[in-house]
Write a new protein. Structure first.
Length: 145
């Protein structure tokens, strides 16, 4: 759901999902990551004057999703539905709700352009979490942060 905060529509958001595609999980993923439904790419048209959009994505709790994962500009998988990225994972009505934000033209907008549209390939995924809610990084020399 585009234009939502905590699963509720934001008044006057007018964000519209114009395209959605599913594809297989990538061949290479971080150790321990599982993408039971593969990648989900979507394009959202933003309302005039908006540069950041909030999203709520619902998933079957049986998937065990720990977040909405996407590669950052350095190629590292990050969980946008985690507190360090302004998001969260919640339970609502027997479903898992993943809340996150993406900025038009920001590092999680695939086209990288401020053009009133956000395109993002991400995944509802399961990944063992560290105590701060993020997956361990391979380049942290064995330490989780």
């Amino acid at each position: 759901m585009a234009g939502s905060q905590d699963g509720k529509l934001i008044p006057d958001s007018n964000a519209r999902i114009s395209k959605m595609e599913h594809s297989a999980a990538p061949a290479t993923m971080p150790k321990g990551m599982e993408m039971p439904v593969g990648l989900t790419s979507f394009t959202v048209s933003l309302a005039e004057g908006r540069s950041t959009e909030s999203f709520s994505l619902y998933a079957d709790p049986a998937l065990g999703a720990t977040g909405y994962w996407i590669k950052d500009s350095a190629g590292t998988w990050v969980n946008l539905a985690s507190e360090p990225y302004g998001g969260k994972v919640a339970s609502e009505g027997g479903r898992t709700r993943l809340d996150f934000q993406i900025q038009d033209g920001g590092q999680y907008d695939a086209d990288g352009q401020v053009n009133g549209s956000i395109t993002t390939p991400g995944a509802v995924a399961k990944m063992p979490l560290s105590i701060v809610g993020q997956a361990p990084q391979a380049d942290t020399h064995g330490f989780w942060y």
